[in-house]
Each structure stands twice: as C-alpha cells, then as structure tokens.
Design a protein around this ligand. Structure first.
Ligand SMILES: [Zn+2]
Length: 531
C-alpha cells in the first residue's frame, strides 16, 4: 500500500521518536519565501477576517449544532466562499450516529435548540434585574411564572423529601454561592519566551485551571429525583457558575430536561442568597421561550482549491475549524476565530491566484461541542472506518485515505499562533521549522513534540493520519471567554487573526507544494530519507 506522504511520517514517528538525536539530517526543507511574503501582504493589508468574524458572531451567533442559526451560518459560509471563486463549495450532511463516537458525546445528538425570549427579575423584596441565561436545551416556562426563591440545600434524594409539598411554583437555588475574588493576576496574557522555550523542550507550562463549582447533590444524574421534582411543580432550577463582572461560564451540564433551568451570574445569585440569609423572602419572575428542533439535518461545510499537478492533484491537504458553538455568547473565540482564519486562508490563496500542486480543502465542522461528531463522521465516511480500524482490520481504509496528506486545525481561541504541536511526530520537526521561518521574527518560532487535545484533529489522528494543531497565546481564553457569555466579537484580537490567517495560508501552501524541489523521486523515498 502506498502511504500518503505525511502519513508515512506519522507512522514512522513512533519508531523514530526515541532515536531523534541520532537521525541523519535530511535535505533541508525548502520554503517558497516569495509566495509566503505575498500571502503575508494579502493577509495584513487586505484582510477580511474580522468581517467574517462579525458575520459568524453578530449575525449568526450563537451556533448550536442543529439550530437554524447554524444552518444560516453554514449557508452564508457557502455563499461567501463561492463568491471568492472557491470550488466544490457545499454542505455535507452527516449522521450523528456515523461518528463512531456514540456514548462519548456531550449533549443530545438528535435535537437542535434556540432561546427566543428570556426575562428574569426579582419582584420582592424589591424589583431588580437578574443577570442570567437559559441553560442550553432547557424547556420553556409556561408563560410568565412567579414564585419564591428557595435554597435547595439537599445532599440526597431522601433529604429532598423534607421539601415535599412546599415547592409549588418555587425557584430552587441548586448551588452554593461562589466567591468572586479580585483579579490580582492579569486575565489576558501571551506566552513568554521562557514558556515557549520550555514547550520546545517538552514541558507544557502549568496553567491555573478554572475554578470548579462546588455542587451539591447531583440531581442531574438521578432520574427518580428529577421525576419527583417535576411532580412537585417547581417553576425553575437555578444554577450558578464561575465568572464575574457579569460573565457567566457555561460549564458542565446545566439543568435538566424536564424543568426550566437557568444559569445565574455569580453576582445575581449571591445577591439572592444573601437576602435569603437575612430571612427576607425573595420572589422571582421568569419568562423563557425556547424552541427544540427534533432530528435536525446537520452539516459540515466543505470548500476546495483544486490541485494542478498531474501526479499530485488527487492528494488532499486539509485545514479546518469548528463552526458550531455553545449558547451563552456568540461563539467568537470558540471557534468563529478559527473558522474565520480558515476561510480567510482560503480566500488569500485564491485571491493571489496561487495554483497548488495538491488540492487544498477546508472543512468547517459542526457537532464539535457534542464531542467532535462532525469531524469524526467525515473521517468515518471518507477516510477510515474507525470501528473496523479499532478492531484491527487492515481493510478499514477508504480510497481517499491513501491520497490524504495532512490536516491542520485551529481551536484555541483568538490568540496569536506562536508555534505548532508535533503530536509526538519527531519527523515533522525538520519540515515545520523551515515553514515557520518567514514568521519567526513575528513571534512564531516554537515546535513542541507535545500534543494538543480536544480539537477536531483528533478525528484524523485516531485513524493514523497526520494532523496538527497550533500553539496559540492564551489571551483570555481560560479566564474569560471559553464557553462563557463573554465569548463575543469584542474579545477577538484583530491583529492576531490576521497573522493566523497568513500562517494557515502559508502552511496549506507549503504542504500542497511539497516535493516541488526534490526532483522526480516518489514521496515515499523522500520521507524514507528522514527515517
Ligand atoms: Zn472549540
């Protein structure tokens, strides 16, 4: 079986990983500096990347998979990429059950959901507005509902029963109020040179992880308890989350399917709790209208720039990011930023009328937030049957597998690209190092053997295809924007996105042109010289 060029590398990587220092130095990877400079000029001086972000977020955000806004965003992306002259631009429908991931997903597979109306306030002891958002997939309230706030301090189902008969119309405070300490550390940051050097040496910097909400008894997983609550006719369940200054984090599963559920900002939640602690009753009023879409059609967006080399044009270089988002913000840093960079990279290559030897294909995935469903369904359909592969069947690959070159993913927020993860593949270091050359004095200089997890690159990686993600400055990703109500257009760094689009266009171009300078010998031979 003839392996695709970079796949060759990946498969060799495991064998060569511990011999890296003993490897003979390969012929140096050539860089098309002139073209990369043209790419940089187009990316910096005629950028459309922020306009793309604005459409994806302001007009179509949030983009929960299976919702009408995600379909509208997808249609817009198709129209836009067609207007740039890209080829074979289309929506590719996928089936959630084809991902090979059933059981791992987070959130329903077969429902879309949108929130259309939401008004939440206290009416006693005096009126005030409550900063809160509907939990994704919450049912609606029956019109406008009013009732007492009750601290639902329970640690088991048995404990719950002491509230029997007292919960009609009530709003249950399901969590403890959270502290919101001052930020003595800056919320936004870039990687320091020392941190990047440590990554290059194989150490990932220690990051402070996000505060964990101290939950009470976990009702969400107890069907009997949930049924009991439904029969008590409560108005709504209130949850809180880390985040302050009005930002609400959309962490973990929020609410239950049977009862209207709301995530309340730490400040509003704290205010209600502190009033109740003074034995002053609080009366709340909520009106929430949400719509479910059962078994919606779901799509990835695909577009291409055809290859032109008679021998190589069927080989595919892929770039991608996920179009779908969670619901609190407008999905700006997660991941309109990545989608806009990928679309812009395609626009740049097309605008410069570059003629790649291999095909360059972009994929804008959906189903990511439910567990990478769209990308895995794509790989399953086009590249390799994961189930059969995992059972050791060699015949699990599809014809396109042998023509697949490499996949690049971007899904770590708005931050500038500072380097690339080799995903444990030693052999690609000497390839990516020179590709970064034209970007080194702009701050992208690091290769790390370490892997980036959680992205759609995993779908390719798990079936043995070379796929990579980038090192990005954190900016406010973990402190403020990732899955939060602050994930909006204003949190995007325009300079970083322009830079990232240049990097992606250049990497796609270099990958599409590889082998250009090395004469007629086959790619297998070329890569063999590295091993
Ligand atoms: Zn993401």
């Amino acid at each position: 079986m003839q392996l695709p060029p970079l796949a060759h590398q990946l498969l060799r990587a495991a064998a060569t990983m511990f011999l890296a220092t003993a490897l003979p130095v390969a012929a140096e990877e050539k860089v098309d500096v002139a073209t990369v400079e043209r790419i940089k000029t187009e990316a910096m001086q005629r950028s459309q990347v922020m306009e793309i972000v604005s459409c994806l977020t302001d007009v179509y955000g949030a983009r929960l998979t299976g919702s009408p806004s995600t379909k509208a965003a997808s249609d817009w992306a198709v129209t836009t990429m067609r207007s740039w002259g890209l080829s074979n631009v289309h929506l590719e429908q996928w089936n959630p059950y084809d991902s090979g991931l059933t059981g791992l997903q987070w959130g329903p597979l077969n429902r879309g959901w949108t929130s259309e109306q939401f008004a939440f306030r206290a009416v006693a002891p005096r009126p005030f507005i409550i900063n809160a958002l509907p939990c994704a997939f919450s049912p609606s309230t029956q019109g406008c509902v009013t009732g007492p706030a009750i601290r639902f301090d329970v640690d088991s189902f048995a404990d719950m029963k002491r509230f029997a008969g007292k919960l009609k119309g009530a709003f249950l405070l399901m969590d403890h109020a959270l502290p919101t300490p001052a930020h003595f550390e800056p919320q936004a940051r870039r990687f320091t040179d020392a941190e990047l050097d440590a990554m290059a040496a194989g150490q990932w910097p220690q990051r402070k992880s996000r505060e964990v909400v101290e939950t009470r008894y976990n009702l969400v997983d107890d069907a009997t308890a949930r049924r009991w609550l439904v029969n008590e006719h409560v108005s709504a369940l209130l949850f809180t989350a880390p985040g302050d200054g009005g930002t609400i984090f959309e962490v973990g599963k929020c609410g239950i399917d049977e009862i209207p559920s709301v995530k309340v900002s730490a400040e509003s939640y704290g205010r209600i709790v502190r009033i109740l602690e003074k034995n002053i009753p609080v009366t709340l009023e909520l009106e929430m209208q949400n719509t479910f879409y059962e078994n919606p059609d779901v799509f990835n967006v695909i577009a291409e720039i055809p290859g032109t080399d008679p021998r190589l044009k069927d080989e595919v270089v892929m770039i991608g990011a996920h179009l779908d988002s969670w619901t609190f913000g407008t999905g700006a840093t997660d991941d309109a930023a990545g989608v806009a960079v990928m679309m812009e990279a395609m626009r740049i290559v097309k605008a410069l009328n570059l003629q790649p030897r291999r095909m360059i294909r972009v994929a804008l995935w959906t189903g990511h937030e439910q567990g990478g469903l769209g990308s895995n369904a794509y790989v399953q359909r086009h590249l390799r049957d994961w189930v059969r592969h995992s059972q050791g069947e060699l015949s699990s690959t599809k014809p396109e597998y042998d023509k697949f070159s490499v996949y690049f993913n971007l899904d770590a927020g708005t931050g500038k690209i500072r380097g690339i993860h080799q995903q444990g593949n030693v052999a690609v270091g000497p390839i990516f190092e020179p590709w970064m050359g034209p970007f080194k004095d702009m701050g992208m200089k690091t290769t790390t053997l370490s892997s980036i997890g959680g992205g759609d690159n995993f779908a390719f990686e798990r079936v043995g295809l070379p796929s990579f993600g980038f090192i990005q400055d954190p900016i406010e990703y973990n402190t403020r924007t990732h899955h939060t109500s602050a994930d909006v257009y204003e949190r995007i760094q325009p300079e970083d996105l322009r830079f990232n689009a240049a990097v992606l266009a250049a990497f796609a171009w270099q990958a599409a042109q590889r082998g250009d300078q090395t004469g007629d010998h086959s790619h297998g031979d070329e890569y063999h010289s590295l091993a």
